[in-house]
Write a protein that binds this ligand. Structure first.
Ligand SMILES: NC(=O)c1ccc[n+]([C@@H]2O[C@H](COP(=O)([O-])OP(=O)(O)OC[C@H]3O[C@@H](n4cnc5c(N)ncnc54)[C@H](O)[C@@H]3O)[C@@H](O)[C@H]2O)c1
Length: 249
C-alpha cells in the first residue's frame, strides 16, 4: 500500500469522477495530494476526508495561468516540490460537427482541455526539475486516438488529439531530466461526465465495447497509479489505451 510513498502530486478536476478516484487511490498508496477543481465545496470535503497531512484542496481554473502559479506555490509550501502531475480536468463541450460548432464553444473546450494541459506542464516542470524526478500523466481519451462515427465532437476530439502530441513533445525533451510523460486514453468510464453523454450504464454504447460494459473509475486509477509510480520507470511518451477493447476493431 505504499506504491506512491514520497510522491507529491497535483491532480486537477479532483472534485468528482475519475479525478476524485485518483486522489483517493493516491493517498491510499502513500502520496501527498493537492486536489484542484472549480467545484470548491466538494473538493474541500474530499480533501478533509483524506486528512490535512495527506491532502490539500486548492480552487483552480486550469485555463488560467495565475491559478496554475498559485497551485504550484501552495503545493511547494505545504508538501514540497511536485514530482507527479495528473492533468485530468476536462469538459465534453457540445456534440457538434464542424458546420454546427459555435466558435465560442470551440475555444472554451480548447482553453480547458488543451491549453490547461499546456499550462499545467509548463508551470509544474520547474518544480519537477527541483525535485529531480517527475511523472506527468495527461488524461486524453479514446477520442484522442480514433473518431467515433455518429458522435461528432470536433472540439473535444481536437483537444484530446493535441494532448497526445504535447505529451510526446515533453517526454522527448525532458527525459534527460528524469521526467516522464505519458497520455491515458479512457473509453467509456462511469462518471458524471459519462452520465451526461449517455446514461449510467452506457446505454447502446456498450455494444461497441468487447468487454461489454463501462469501466469503474477505480480501473483507470489503477493505471494512473502505475504511471505515477516508479514501477513505470522505463515508460515515457506512451499512449495508454484503457477502453475495454473498443479501439481494437
Ligand atoms: N468519463 C469518461 O468516459 C471519459 C472518457 C475519456 C476521457 N475522459 C476524460 O477524463 C477526464 C475526467 O473525466 P470525468 O469523466 O471524470 O469528468 P467529470 O465531468 O465527471 O469531472 C471533471 C471534473 O473537472 C472539473 N473541471 C471542469 N472544468 C474545469 C476547469 N476549467 N478547471 C478545473 N477543473 C475543472 C469539474 O468541476 C469536475 O469536477 C476528462 O479530461 C475527460 O475528458 C473521460
Amino acid at each position: 500500500m505504499e506504491r506512491l510513498k514520497g510522491k507529491i502530486a497535483i491532480i486537477t478536476g479532483a472534485s468528482q469522477g475519475m479525478g476524485e478516484s485518483h486522489a483517493r487511490k493516491f493517498v491510499a498508496e502513500g502520496a501527498k495530494v493537492v486536489l484542484t477543481d472549480l467545484n470548491e465545496a466538494r473538493g474541500r470535503m474530499i480533501a478533509d476526508e483524506l486528512g490535512t497531512e495527506n491532502a490539500l484542496f486548492v480552487k483552480q481554473d486550469v485555463a488560467k495561468v495565475e491559478d496554475w502559479k498559485n497551485v504550484v506555490l501552495q503545493t511547494e509550501t505545504v508538501f514540497g516540490p511536485v514530482n507527479v502531475l495528473v492533468n485530468n480536468a476536462g469538459i465534453l463541450g457540445p456534440v457538434a460537427n464542424a458546420l454546427e460548432l459555435e466558435d465560442e464553444a470551440y475555444h472554451k473546450v480548447i482553453d480547458i482541455n488543451q491549453n490547461g494541459i499546456f499550462y499545467g506542464m509548463k508551470y509544474t516542470l520547474p518544480s519537477m526539475l527541483k525535485a529531480g524526478i517527475g511523472s506527468i500523466v495527461n488524461i486524453s481519451s479514446i477520442a484522442g486516438i480514433v473518431a467515433i462515427y455518429g458522435y461528432p465532437n470536433l472540439a473535444y476530439m481536437g483537444s484530446k488529439f493535441a494532448i497526445r502530441g504535447m505529451t510526446k513533445a515533453v517526454a522527448v525533451e525532458f527525459a534527460k531530466n528524469n521526467i516522464r510523460a505519458n497520455s491515458v486514453h479512457p473509453g467509456f468510464i462511469k462518471t458524471p461526465m459519462m452520465a451526461q453523454a449517455t446514461d449510467e450504464e452506457g446505454g447502446s454504447a456498450t455494444q461497441f465495447i468487447p468487454l461489454g460494459r463501462l469501466a469503474e473509475t477505480s480501473e483507470v486509477s489503477n493505471l494512473v497509479v502505475f504511471l505515477a509510480s516508479d514501477e513505470s520507470s522505463y515508460l515515457t511518451g506512451t499512449e495508454q489505451i484503457i477502453d475495454g477493447g473498443m479501439s481494437i476493431q
